[in-house]
Design a protein around this ligand. Structure first.
Ligand SMILES: *[C@@H]1O[C@H](CO)[C@@H](O)[C@H](O)[C@H]1NC(C)=O
Length: 422
């Protein structure tokens, strides 16, 4: 072998090493923010961050850039800096996008208009709509403040109806995620939405973790998380204190896992209501584990209207801690909200089957601690209660009611349950 060959072999070796280390090893060097199309600070798009100026335009420009894809061919990040407050009017972050993924890092505050007159164009029924996006991630320890206070005191009749051609809003939800595939929302706090705080619709593969959601106990319809027509949803490590459902699981949903969530005040984790005005709706495979209900109306609840059709099946509530909660376990197959008119006994029902409550313990605020009210005729089938201990606040007066439950299996249940079937 000649010297020249030795040298060229050596150089080739070095070259291979270099290529290998850029491709697989060391991280990309930090780049300056200028001409960095993968890191989009909302200030570079004209945001003021003073809590007074309307920053909607700046956020939408940043969104457009992010949605168009970055030079590196990687997922762009929209950065919302800490210590600032960004006022956003109702807006939509609309896909589909060229980018493979988009991330929001939210460290500052995102706030809604304080006055109702300042709300316009809520066609989506929400303050901030994310729609038709694949691989969307929102992280950071910032805040979404929906400033719902102005809305809560107005009753619905004062707000409705308004002219078709005026662009004023009905009481909106805060964040809606519509048609999102692969969503991760982890970190931000959600305050005082006019209506539901986080709504998922037509979405799949969703992870919601490390969220704090707060609104006053008496604020109307302020669900924490409302899910419709979606599947493969994981909700983990959240604290939800609001005026309505902690988590509402509505029609068209399947495969929902809720783990380590603290609920209350609020109306508990509800499957339903389903079947309103004859609707055909289905919910299946809902697993709620290691959750806590505190100062809550209702704990683990399933509610369906008579006259509807469809099913609720494969529901598990396991390892549930209860304190100061009214009706910790409740199934209501003849649900009726008094303000609405369709409360009649009907021949069709949404069937309820394969529902298990296991290891549910604590103190019920109402003496009626277990309420299984299934409709005459069809009833509910295969309802399992296993290791339940719910006493009432003043000692031993707690009791259970059970109607029209077939194939029941009750093991180690306090208060004891006996069913009347007609
Ligand atoms: C952000 O919101 C939180 C909660 O309301 C508040 O404590 C904090 O002072 C706000 N920060 C700014 C910069 O407005």
């Amino acid at each position: 072998m000649t010297m020249a060959r030795h040298v060229s072999g050596f150089l080739a070796g070095i070259m291979i090493l270099c290529v290998a280390s850029t491709a697989f090893g060391s991280p990309r060097p930090l780049r300056s923010n200028e001409d960095d199309t993968s890191f989009l600070n909302v200030f570079d798009y004209g945001a003021k961050g003073d809590g007074q100026s309307d920053d909607s335009g700046a956020f939408l420009k940043a969104w457009e850039a992010a949605c168009n894809g970055d030079k590196a061919g990687q997922g762009p990040t929209i950065f919302v800096p800490y210590g600032k407050s960004f006022l956003l009017r109702p807006l939509q972050f609309q896909g589909p996008c060229k980018s493979e993924s988009i991330q929001f890092q939210i460290w500052g505050n995102i706030t809604a208009p304080a006055k109702i007159e300042e709300w316009h164009n809520c066609e989506s029924g929400s303050w901030i709509l994310f729609s038709e996006i694949t691989n969307l991630k929102l992280t950071g320890k910032g805040y979404f403040d929906g400033r719902g206070q102005a809305w809560w005191s107005k009753d619905e009749s004062q707000l409705l109806p308004h002219d078709d051609d005026d662009d004023s809003c009905d009481r909106p939800k805060a964040l809606t995620f519509l048609k999102i595939v692969n969503l991760e929302l982890s970190g931000p706090t959600h305050l005082n939405s006019p209506r539901a705080h986080i709504r998922l619709e037509d979405s799949t593969s969703v992870k919601l973790t490390d969220l704090l959601i707060q609104a006053p106990e008496d604020s109307p319809n302020t669900d924490g998380i409302a899910i419709g027509a979606s599947s493969h949803i994981e909700i983990r490590d959240c604290t939800i204190e609001t005026g309505d459902d902690c988590i509402a699981i509505k029609g068209g949903t399947s495969n929902i896992e809720v783990t380590n969530v603290k609920c209350g005040p609020g109306h508990g984790i509800s499957v339903g209501s389903l079947g309103y005005e004859g609707a055909h709706e289905t919910v299946e495979e809902v697993y709620v584990r290691n959750c806590e209900f505190k100062s809550s109306d209702n704990g683990a609840r399933i509610k369906t209207w008579e006259g509807g059709s469809g099913y609720v099946r494969g529901i598990l509530f396991e390892n549930i801690k209860v304190s100061d909660t009214k009706r910790p376990i409740i199934i209501d197959q003849s649900y009726c909200d008094d303000q609405k008119s369709s409360c009649k006994v009907a021949s069709s029902v949404v069937t309820i089957s394969d529902v298990t409550y296991r290891h549910v313990r604590g103190i019920s605020k109402s003496d009626l601690a277990i309420d299984l009210s299934c409709a005459a005729g069809t009833g509910c089938t295969n309802i399992v209660l296993d290791d339940i201990d719910l006493s009432s606040e003043d000692g031993e007066k707690s009791y259970a009611e059970c109607k029209n439950v077939f194939q029941a299996s009750f093991t180690s249940v306090n208060p004891p349950v006996s069913c009347q079937n007609s």
